[in-house]
Design a protein around this ligand. Structure first.
Ligand code: PEP
Ligand code: MG
Length: 798
């Protein structure tokens, strides 16, 4: 595909558009003279042919008003577009039931192919445009690997092809394509012009001006059959409720404007209203309580001021669109850019822009917003993606779960959903097109699946599981003050994992012993600038203060890989999990690590400081980090500052190489905490974020448990404090296996403390410790079944 130039990773480029208030915008400029090849002139991103595109839109609108059949109108439309864009072929394909694209009208292909040629989505280049929901411009379409030859169309005569999706409310409902005999590099303006026409067509189809959607289904199977969709669990949990599509069908009834100046005024007013509404949101009492989460919203508010973004909407108005159609057009552009951008931070920013676009549409169309009045009490929100503020627009007490087509573990909306304890599944392909408003839906984030329109029986089964969980929650609450001691008297230390101030109350609610892993990078990730020593000291002091005397293990920055800091853009690693991350960055940029250490020392004045270095791969790395720590301790002492009463330094064991240096390491560290998430992925060479690999290997595999057993035996022999803080500790069965391997301290998300404690209190540990070593030699893929049966036989509560 030709480089469209605009799909650059920059989220907003204020230089490529004028501010809205600037009325001295360049006037119409005929960039591509009629009949000339547009290839001859490079695109400078500014010289749009406003008059040309407005003229085409007007002609199309007039044509709509004519009397006649839908087919006649479509035939005229394709002719008009072909003439305007100087193409030999122009065709419209419409998505019909069963994901089939049907040729509905053509100028240039054989007329007998109309209503005969049918392509599956993903078949051929047109199918590819529909599947990706992205434009494709090919100067030599026949060389494209997806080219599918359909003899009935006679398209072998045409070499180049430009196809754009026809989309409505984020769903592809067809494809508009032009073709040329000679090789042609379609320009950005042509792509954009065709996208604008596609928008108009979408509105016409939906508005009924062209009655052809009677049996089209836009991805819906039309029968409302039960469906099961896979996704990625972004926040665990189980919920059942009614599907509520996020945009809830914003309908733009007028695409073409009569008076661009009037539309610009409407845009100015709507932007001002939107900014006011965001300010009101930020001032809301419950938002103020969100702690650092509020910063996410403040960054978001800055985007509402972004001149580049608003300028682009303004440009679209000048091309002849109404303000709302212009916003929608820029939304489509944003989505196109999002699909291309790999960098998770930029993706997140683009999703903020999409969120803002939706808000702006609400203001332009004077919609009520997402007020709770007409929403069900058990809503499951469905969206392609959501911004953090959009989630907060919904009444959290009615929100049972969220399902997204996109989303990643570090997305702002996910961080918010976790703070609000709402289950969320992401990367759920086709959910937007498959779910209809009001559909019953089960969101089983624990098993990474969504069940759409499940039958009564399935619903009843899930409903009883939810009821059982609620009952167990009550029982668990009662265990809060009971000690985690096994039946044979071993006291196990139970700690929580945390990363934001909002997590700390759970330390006290759960009755945990302390914070076994404080992920410092999360607070860095939600900020817009790197926090200096003072800001960090303040933050860590609050953590220490709120922990109220319970120990906290601070992990130094574990950034890099997919944990991107907005203000700290390095090169994109080919293999991020194994790339320049965590302590590797800390040691290469010692100033950053030293600042963090300094802040931690200051925050722990007079108290105890436990500091842990992530991703240590050999002893020398620990020694270098430890030397930095010692230097900072000395420096603080020289300056006469009060030091912590005790400083303990440890490592996370998450890289297998470190295991082979354990004897040497254990002589030097104060404690070791196993990061089982990373250790597991490196042990099995299986990316922890790859949904296809999620269940391929098991943490209860004998080989992995043998590694953990080996770590525990060596730590115990040298009497070095050992813990495990990966997700493995969060599940009672896995936690039981860990105790069997010799672990006596675990750290987990707060909601897991009670179930794990219940397991511990029902376990007679000594017999399991005797039995387990023999199982570690078995050739089994996993010991899960054996462990489960053992627990059942022994009456261990899982
Ligand atoms: C781990 O790897 O197990 C761990 C706790 O670290 P993180 O999940 O933050 O990488
Ligand atoms: Mg890790």
């Amino acid at each position: 595909m030709q480089n469209r130039g605009r799909i650059d990773p920059a989220v907003s480029d204020s230089t490529d558009a004028e501010p809205l208030s600037d009325k001295s915008k360049p006037g119409p400029s005929a960039k591509v003279p009629e009949g000339k090849s547009p290839d001859s002139k490079p695109h400078d991103g500014r010289s749009h042919d406003w008059a040309g595109s407005r003229r085409l839109l007007r002609l199309l609108r007039d044509l709509m008003k004519e009397r006649g059949s839908s087919q006649m109108k479509l035939d005229k439309i394709v002719k008009l577009i072909a003439q305007d864009i100087v193409a030999e072929v122009c065709s419209i394909y419409v998505l019909r039931s069963g994901d089939v694209l049907e040729l509905f009208a053509t100028m240039g292909l054989k007329p007998e192919a109309v209503h005969q040629t049918r392509l599956h989505v993903e078949e051929g280049i047109v199918g590819q445009v529909a599947a990706l929901a992205l434009p494709l411009a090919l100067s030599d379409a026949q060389k494209h690997p997806n080219f599918a030859y359909r003899p009935e169309t006679g398209e072998e005569n045409y070499q180049s092809l430009l196809g754009v999706p026809i989309q409505r409310a984020g769903r592809v409902i067809g494809v508009l394509a032009v073709q040329n005999v000679t090789p042609r590099n379609y320009t950005d303006e042509e792509v954009e012009a065709l996208e604008t026409v596609a928008m108009l067509l979408a509105e016409l189809f939906a508005g009924g001006e062209i009655a052809l959607l009677d049996e089209t289904a836009a991805g819906d199977d039309g029968q409302g059959k039960p469906m099961r969709l896979d996704g990625l669990a972004l926040n665990d949990g189980l919920a059942i409720g009614q599907a509520v599509p996020h945009t809830r069908g914003i309908v733009i009834s007028q695409v073409i404007a009569d008076d661009p100046e009037e539309e610009r005024e409407r845009l100015v007013t709507a932007v001002a209203e939107m900014r006011g509404a965001i300010d009101d949101l930020l001032a809301r009492a419950d938002i103020a309580e969100l702690g650092e989460h509020r910063e996410i919203l403040e960054v978001y508010r800055m985007f509402a001021e972004d001149k580049g973004w608003i300028g682009r909407i303004d440009e679209a108005i000048l091309s002849g669109l109404t303000a709302e159609a212009a916003v929608e057009k820029i939304q489509v552009d944003t989505r196109t850019r999002m699909a291309k951008v790999k960098d998770p931070y930029l993706k997140e920013r683009l999703s903020d822009l999409e969120d803002l676009g939706n808000r702006l549409l609400h203001h332009l169309l004077e919609l009520d917003g997402t007020g709770p009045q007409d929403l069900p009490d058990d809503m499951v929100l469905i969206a392609r993606n959501l911004g953090p503020a959009e989630l907060l627009d919904y009444d959290a007490t009615r929100l049972r779960a969220v399902v997204l087509e996109e989303g990643s573990p570090t997305a702002h909306v996910v961080i918010m959903a976790r703070a609000l304890n709402i289950p969320i599944i992401g990367r759920c392909r086709d959910i937007v097109t498959s779910a209809r408003p009001g559909d019953r839906i089960v969101v089983d984030a624990d098993n990474e699946q969504v069940l759409l329109r499940p039958n009564e029986e399935v619903q009843a089964t899930f409903a009883s599981t939810i009821a059982e969980r609620d009952r167990r929650k009550e029982i668990f609450a009662a265990t809060r003050d009971l000690p985690p001691v096994t039946l044979d008297g071993l006291r196990i230390a139970l700690n929580i994992n945390a990363g934001l101030l909002i997590d700390i109350p759970h330390l006290h609610d759960s009755g945990a012993d302390g914070i076994g892993l404080y992920r410092t990078e999360i607070a860095f990730m939600v900020r817009d600038t790197f926090p200096g020593v003072t800001a960090q000291t303040e933050l860590y002091s609050r953590v220490v203060e709120q922990a109220d005397g319970k120990p906290v293990v601070f992990r130094t920055l574990d950034v890099g890989g997919d944990k991107v800091l907005p203000y700290w853009q390095g090169e994109v690693d080919e293999n991020p999990a194994m790339g320049w991350r965590a302590i590797r960055i800390g040691l290469d940029r010692p100033a950053v690590l030293r600042q963090q250490i300094r802040a931690l020392l200051r925050a722990s004045q007079g108290g105890e400081l436990r500091i842990m270095f992530p991703m240590i791969s050999d002893v020398a790395e620990f020694e270098t980090a430890r030397a930095l720590l010692d230097r900072e301790i000395e420096r603080e002492g020289v300056k006469g500052r009060t030091l912590p009463s005790m400083v303990k330094a440890g490592v996370m064991l998450e890289v297998p190489s470190l295991y082979w240096q354990l004897p040497a390491l254990l002589d030097k560290v104060d404690f070791v905490s196993v990061g089982s998430n990373d250790l597991f992925q490196f042990h099995f060479a299986a990316d922890r974020g790859n949904p296809r690999l999620v269940r391929r290997y098991d943490v209860l595999a004998p080989g992995f448990l043998k590694l953990l057993h080996g770590i525990a035996s060596q730590a115990s022999a040298k009497q070095v404090a050992l813990s495990l803080c990966g997700d493995m500790a969060a599940h009672p069965l896995e936690a039981m296996a860990l105790l069997g391997c010799g672990f006596e301290s675990l750290s987990m998300p707060a909601p897991s403390v009670a179930p794990v404690k219940t397991m511990i209190r029902s376990l007679n540990l000594a017999p399991l410790k005797t039995l387990l070593p023999s199982w570690l030699e078995l050739p089994d893929h996993s010991l899960r079944d054996r462990l489960r049966s053992y627990a059942k036989e022994q009456g261990v509560e899982l």
